[in-house]
Design a protein around this ligand. Structure first.
Ligand SMILES: [Zn+2]
Length: 417
């Protein structure tokens, strides 16, 4: 493993490091929220989608300071504050919604780098992703994962890692993997990289169920550090053993019955919306645990998992949330399942997923759909060129600096997961 110190991007780039930690800003944010100091930016005349209460409030404005939302107020309230805000943007009745949060994706499946992935994700309203770099891990071991993480830090998108847990994915008899992520290597990745938010999909469901020593040592590396564990639970017979082993999410709920089992076992569900021409589109069946069996949606998210590069524009997280709406959820519920719920699953609901304490760049992409009454619906009728033009020209309060692009030369796919 390369033991260089992880580097941070230059301050001129707009990345997730551009917004200072909340702990350093609380006094200033309190001043702005109380009207004692002006906001840097006010987005007024907006309808605001609250993922906390799942309602759209009319005639609101959002006060932003230091890249964070200081307050959401009635439209026009900034005129009663002494001192003019740095800038006022009139949303003209558009909807302001929190950026989407994809809880489970593999950037390598798109055969591009994190910075390149960010371009399409941002245009589709995704502001944060939790990626599992197990494909590059299969090829280059921990060094490949660290290369991906370095690149991800330069992306104008918040990228967190769920540390690959099952490399190699099978056995030497079935594959010739270039990586071997032992429990010690996984522990080292957690300790070196703060963005390592969870253990990635534990896909060896038979060994885990059978009590395999290495599989459970990997689970222990995450549990000892207080990190949640993402799973790949496929088959109702494995649900109990997986839940007992500390695995607390899966994106492999393929129908309403296993979805029901998982929810009652305390396992979060990421409904996977794959392009409809693929067999990976399990959302319409699994969502029936809500629409037919009466489950709550509070522990259910939506995700993309894998995307070919040419599907990124038309089948992003915004498309998946629309699929959830078509399957019977309200607009507000579907958007929450794509933003606040994933944030809550990873314990980050104070930073992302809602408009109570969120970053500017989260807003700037979400207003892509702000011209329509229903979040996400107008974008469906735009051409790709039109979407790109509208997004880049109208909806960025500050220009988004796309860092240099890099082309992956040695990325490989080892199949969907
Ligand atoms: Zn996956």
């Amino acid at each position: 493993m390369d033991h260089r110190t992880p580097s941070l991007p230059p301050k001129t780039a707009l990345t997730r490091f551009s917004v200072a930690p909340l702990s350093t800003m609380t006094r200033h944010l309190a001043d702005v929220a109380s009207g004692r100091a002006p906001a840097d930016l006010v987005i007024t005349g907006a309808r605001v989608l609250s993922t906390y209460s799942e309602r759209i409030a009319p005639e609101r404005e959002v006060w932003i300071a230091g890249g964070r939302i200081a307050a959401v107020k009635p439209a026009g309230a900034h005129r009663q504050v002494s001192g003019a805000p740095g800038r006022v943007y009139d949303a003209k009745g558009g909807i302001v919604a929190p950026g989407l949060v994809d809880p489970h994706i593999h950037i390598e499946s798109s055969m591009i780098t994190a910075c390149a992935y960010a371009e399409a994700a941002l245009l589709n309203g995704t502001a944060t992703i939790f990626c599992d770099s197990h494909e590059i891990g299969n090829v280059m071991d921990a060094a490949g994962i660290e290369m991906m993480l370095e690149d991800a830090r330069h992306a104008p998108l918040s990228i967190f890692l769920t540390v690959p847990s099952t490399v190699p994915a099978t056995s030497p008899e079935l594959e010739t993997a270039g990586g071997d992520l032992t429990p010690d290597k996984i522990a080292a990745l957690f300790d070196r990289w703060p963005e390592a938010a969870a253990l990635g999909e534990k896909m060896d469901f038979v060994p885990v169920t059978m009590g395999d020593e290495r599989s459970h040592a990997i689970l222990a590396a995450a549990l000892e550090r207080g990190k949640p564990i993402s799973g790949h639970i496929y088959g109702r017979e494995f649900v109990a053993a997986y839940a007992a082993s500390g695995v607390t999410d899966t994106h492999e709920a393929i129908d309403r019955d296993i979805a029901d089992d998982l929810l009652d076992a305390g396992v979060w569900i990421f409904l996977r919306g794959g392009p409809p021409t693929t067999p990976w589109h399990s959302l319409p069946e699994a969502i029936k645990t809500i629409t037919e069996l009466g489950s709550s949606h509070k522990r259910i998210c939506v995700c993309t998992d894998d995307r070919d590069a040419d599907d990124l524009m038309m089948f992003g997280m915004d498309w998946v949330t629309r699929e959830a709406r078509r399957a019977g959820m309200s607009c507000e519920q579907a958007w929450s399942m794509g933003s606040l719920h994933p944030a809550t699953r990873f314990g980050m609901e104070g930073e992302i997923g809602g408009l109570g304490a969120d970053a500017v760049r989260t807003w700037c992409c979400s207003t892509t759909r702000s011209r329509c009454r229903t979040p996400g619906m107008v974008a469906n009728s735009w051409s790709k060129t039109e979407r790109s033009r509208r997004c880049s020209i109208r909806h960025s309060p500050t220009p988004i600096a796309i860092p240099r692009r890099r082309t992956a030369r040695s990325m490989s796919r080892s199949g969907r997961s």
